[in-house]
Design a protein around this ligand. Structure first.
Ligand code: SF4
Length: 374
């Protein structure tokens, strides 16, 4: 038994010899097969921290060019802390999950103020920094500093559930705790970073969520799921409920110099501080134009006349699916309210030239909608 749960289906989990074999085979396999990734050519804790944050919920291939550009633009903790948040968000544009960029920036300032610009090697200290959770703390501490701590993410959980034929749902907090403790027993004192990287690579290349490539796996003869023919059934994952589909509307309003009206989102909430076209959610799909007039008025205090629909884009966020429609619109300056632009629901607004649009940071969806500009 490992942790507090008795996984009665497995027969090997108490066997320290098997644990040792598993660790040795994984690390030997990793030495021959590891993926050649830019952050594996450095011991710099700063670079490893940046890579781990970028890799959260993002594919390796997507991360590589962002990682290289980011390190050129912000080569050290000091450089990152001294830069304005707007530059960090711009460097993050299109990478998604923008709270990661805001947290990196905030954490760099904490590192300058409280840690003498040094990344701490203690996972408990790392956990105090914005944007660092248990997995990331374990990954940085083991890879950058050789601390024998686990880094348990979805890949590791999947592999452990298969190797030890765990039939309980990974949605159960008790099971998660037991998997964490199981991983802790497996991490070797020597080269723990290699072990954690090896298990990440195994999950990314062979022990994939669907159709694992067991015949090529270094753990095949130890793997209980494989021995029981359950490699495609495990782990047991509870199905997520259907996420809601929401509709958004935004306005393309130009001034007499052909500049586009854009607004900066509030400093908290989804996509905080990024720029966008004025607008908001549509409550009534049947009257999108009416919704757009209301949302722009709420945001900027002005009245608009809505014209032709210009285009639409679809995007899936973690908690909802969005279809965003863009409309041509005219600012009615002689409307009864006759109000000048005042930011009620935004931080700032700007009449943006084509060059401004390149330098401001927009989310992927807003960039996509801008590609419909007439
Ligand atoms: S044998 Fe198959 S299921 Fe088991 S760890 Fe290897 S790839 Fe995963």
């Amino acid at each position: 038994m490992l942790g507090s749960i008795d996984y009665t289906s497995g027969m090997i989990r108490n066997d320290t010899d098997i644990h040792k074999k598993l660790t040795q085979r994984l690390v030997a396999w990793y030495k021959k097969n590891k993926r050649d990734l830019p952050w594996r050519h450095t011991n710099d804790p700063y670079a490893i921290w940046i890579s781990e944050i970028m890799l959260q919920q993002t594919r390796v291939d997507t991360v590589i060019p962002f990682y290289e550009r980011f390190l050129k633009t912000f080569p050290s903790v000091e450089a990152l802390a001294q830069s304005p948040l707007s530059s960090v968000l711009k460097a993050w544009e299109n990478l998604g999950y923008y709270s990661r960029a805001r947290n990196l920036h905030a954490a760099a300032r904490v590192l300058v103020e409280r840690f003498g610009c040094k990344i701490p090697d203690d996972p408990h200290e790392l956990l105090k920094l914005p944007g660092i959770g248990t997995y990331t703390a374990g990954a940085i501490a083991s890879i950058a500093f050789g601390r024998a701590v686990p880094a348990v993410d979805g890949n590791v959980r999947r592999i452990l559930c298969r190797v030890f034929a765990i039939h309980e749902s990974t949605g159960d907090p008790e099971v998660l705790k037991a998997l964490e403790s199981m991983a802790r027993t497996l991490v070797p004192e020597k080269n723990p970073g290699d072990f954690n990287s090896a298990i990440m690579d195994l999950g990314a290349t062979l022990c994939r969520p669907k159709a694992p490539l067991c015949p090529s796996c270094p753990l095949e003869s130890l793997c209980q799921a494989r021995l029981l023919g359950l490699e495609n059934e495990l782990p047991v994952v509870e199905k997520r409920g259907k996420i809601p589909h929401r509709y958004g509307v935004c306005a393309m309003v130009f001034d007499d110099k052909a500049r586009l009206l854009v607004v900066q989102r509030p400093s908290t909430g989804l996509l905080a501080s990024l720029w966008k076209l004025p607008g908001g959610f549509s409550l009534n799909k049947k009257d999108m134009a009416g919704d757009l007039v209301r949302e722009v008025n709420k945001e900027l205090g002005i009245d608009i006349r809505v014209g032709e629909k210009i285009g639409s884009v679809d995007h899936v966020y973690t908690h909802f699916r969005l279809t965003l429609f863009a409309y041509e619109a005219l600012w009615i300056k002689d409307s009864p309210s006759g109000a000048p632009i005042i930011c009620h629901g935004c931080q700032d607004f700007r009449w943006a030239s084509a060059k401004d649009l390149e330098t401001l940071a927009f989310s992927r969806v807003d960039r996509m909608i801008l590609s419909h500009l007439p």
